[in-house]
Design a binder for this molecule. Sequence first.
Ligand SMILES: Cc1cc2nc3c(=O)[nH]c(=O)nc-3n(C[C@H](O)[C@H](O)[C@H](O)COP(=O)(O)OP(=O)(O)OC[C@H]3O[C@@H](n4cnc5c(N)ncnc54)[C@H](O)[C@@H]3O)c2cc1C
Length: 406
Amino acid sequence: MNSCRRIAVVGAGLAAVSVCDALRALGYDGELALYSAEPGLPYDRPPLSKDVLLGRARREDVLLRPEHWYTEQRVALRERTVVRAVRPHEGGLELADGTAVDADRVVLATGGTPRALPVPGGDDPAVHVLRTWEDSVRLRERLLPGTRVAVVGAGLIGAETAAVAVARGCRVTLVDPVAIPLAGVVGDAVAGALHGRHTAEGIDVITGGVSRLEHRPGGSGVVLRLAGPGGSVSADLVVAGIGVRPATGLAEAAGLHVDDGVVVGTGQRTSHPNVFAVGDVARHNGHRVRHEHWEAAQRSGEAAAHGILGRPLPEPGVSWFWSDRHGCRLEAVGTMADAERTVVRGKPDSGAFTVFGLRDGRLVAAAAIDRGRDIKSARRIVDRGIPVDAARLADESTDLRALLKR
Ligand SMILES: Cc1cc2nc3c(=O)[nH]c(=O)nc-3n(C[C@H](O)[C@H](O)[C@H](O)COP(=O)(O)OP(=O)(O)OC[C@H]3O[C@@H](n4cnc5c(N)ncnc54)[C@H](O)[C@@H]3O)c2cc1C
């Protein structure tokens, strides 16, 4: 390669910072600019629904990189700078103030925006979402003891938020149309145990859909009307945790291939050879779904750096994520829906156990509550495609690391 001297990255979340990190590590010494719509130094998002919401972490605790990193790595961070257009054919960007920026390669790292509640009244000011630092701080200020909080959506962010709210003394109702959320990803046993914790911690769990929000005058909150004969829930505030819409507007306007995310191929390259997409906004053309997880964002940034510089790509490896709620940690690799049978290790009654998902004698997925070491081994077994014996996986006396030695 490679006459690339100016790289512009749109967005400054984890995926964007990972691109910059990897580019410099690979020896790229040209210009590198990060355009961030948000104010301040880029920060990590997982703590927003955990320690930040609990009031245990300040902004400086959750920065992706310290300020001096940007100087040392010669990464020009343009905060509060919205990119208005990407012009791949003309080789650059246009900023919201009309400034044209030349770039040999553009990386779209625009993340996503939380889905609004798609029901009448869903735009009520009592409805909160959780994506940015400001969202988390605003919500935290409202999570006071006795506050009636309705969380809609019991996926990762909804479940974590409900757990924090109850820990802060709120009266929490969690509403989701699915009886056991996350079961497709982590399997029924782990998902069921996790969901059961909500009730054990005093959260009122409702299986149902929300059909309407009604504003109560005089600051007395809202009423959520549930679909069918489901009744209603009164709340002082509502948190919508119903997923994220990828921020594909720039890509669409630039004529790139977009289909539930900016579609990328090898090395995170989009349908235009000079434009790459990373993180939550990107969907790999070999994947059915976007992986909206921390590590996926980081890895896609690394892959894009390799792609931009024309280097051999790192091995992708199986997907991994974690989630913390009610003092316990979920970790999972792969997707349990890909398995044809499952094996349990440990005692589900104890609260800490692992489920392995197998297909054709090989491990394809694993999910665990408070058993990170199992997941660490499982991940290596999946990545290496090592044949496994179900009985040995289930046997607590088997050191899983021994299964790595073929
Ligand atoms: C509350 C929360 C908790 C999470 N917890 C976990 C967890 O426990 N485990 C896990 O694995 N994952 C977790 N995740 C997911 C993980 O944090 C995300 O997958 C990851 O942060 C995505 O990074 P990104 O860089 O793709 O996007 P983002 O971090 O969203 O960054 C995108 C940035 O681009 C900016 N931008 C967009 N458009 C423009 C534009 N036109 N011009 C300039 N800037 C623009 C946005 O303002 C934003 O700052 C969590 C996410 C959230 C929100």
